[in-house]
Design a protein around this ligand. Sequence first.
Ligand SMILES: Cc1cc2nc3c(=O)[nH]c(=O)nc-3n(C[C@H](O)[C@H](O)[C@H](O)COP(=O)(O)O)c2cc1C
Ligand code: SF4
Length: 342
Amino acid sequence: MFNPGNIGELKLQNRFIRSATAEFIANDEDGTITEEYYPLYSNLGLGEIGLIIQGHLYVMDEGKAHTHMAGIANDMQIDGLKKITKLVHEADKRNLIAAQLNHGGANSVSTKTASAREDKGVKVMSGEDIENVIKGFGAAALRVKKAGYDAVQIHSAHGYLLSQFLSTKTNKRTDSWGGSLENRARFLLTVYHAIRAAVGPNYPVLVKMNGSDDPLEGFTVEEGAKVASWLANEGLDAIEVSGMKSTRPVKKANEGYFVATGRRISHHIGDMPLILVGGLRSQTQIQELHDEFADFISLCRPFIREPDLVQKFRSGKKRADCISCNRCFKERIVTKCFELED
Ligand SMILES: Cc1cc2nc3c(=O)[nH]c(=O)nc-3n(C[C@H](O)[C@H](O)[C@H](O)COP(=O)(O)O)c2cc1C
Ligand code: SF4
């Protein structure tokens, strides 16, 4: 796990990734970042983490997924983000930071937003709406480069817009964006192409995707493996395998709760690196999974509690202290671990 590894042209100092973690501290009126981001990312920047993925950024105002979410929907938002990338790069010259791009779809704050189907009062997206969102992702990816990020990740997991299209539970369309797997995956693939066209052939583009939408049964792991293989064929640089109910409590029995999905997908993606996420806590298990199939291991909650966890693992620590109580998630505060405060 402590050997360097490549994602496209990026050389990561080790195989640990900080999975995207929404910060809930952006200015709510305009999605710009606040000073509260700086200590959070300075700390992570000192932690010798192979790649830091910042919390999701909305690509269009109507795709904002929750209050106090940061955006990359207009040029005005670039300057603040630039400060974060600069800070991380200055903390340690080996550091790499990626931006994660998202559109909430039916799970957006705005009632004007559009989705794959009528849901919670939101309207079904027209072909024109879909084209606008695709353009929005492309334009946002250009801003990602301008803000100094080393890579961009497309959020196609956890029930947000792109994953809503993948699943038959949320995609009831009868046009070319719904029905067959090819049609359901068209949105994600087209967004990927728009982003690739915007950032160029060598800039690392990653996707975080539900390997399946279990327990909904609208997107199977066989389908997840197919979509992942299509993305690999199109030149995607890495896939992070996640799933629904992404922040589960972690017990001994379900430690690494997307292991089976990740393993299955790993057989279908050729040389494209696979990043595994979800309840990984023990160094022994992490190393075994890496030896078996997971090129990189991604952690979220453990880095809230221990931003220096990679260094601790290197010094022989056996498992992360995070007990996955989810208080940080429920209270929407990721600048501290509640268990440490009590
Ligand atoms: C507070 C919090 C915020 C999160 N924000 C994001 C996010 O912005 N984008 C994303 O893809 N996943 C997000 N997640 C999910 C994590 O990236 C990760 O997939 C999940 O927590 C499982 O990993 P873990 O067991 O190491 O925490 C978030 C999770 C938590 C707890
Ligand atoms: S609050 Fe709970 S879930 Fe969050 S980092 Fe602390 S122990 Fe982990």
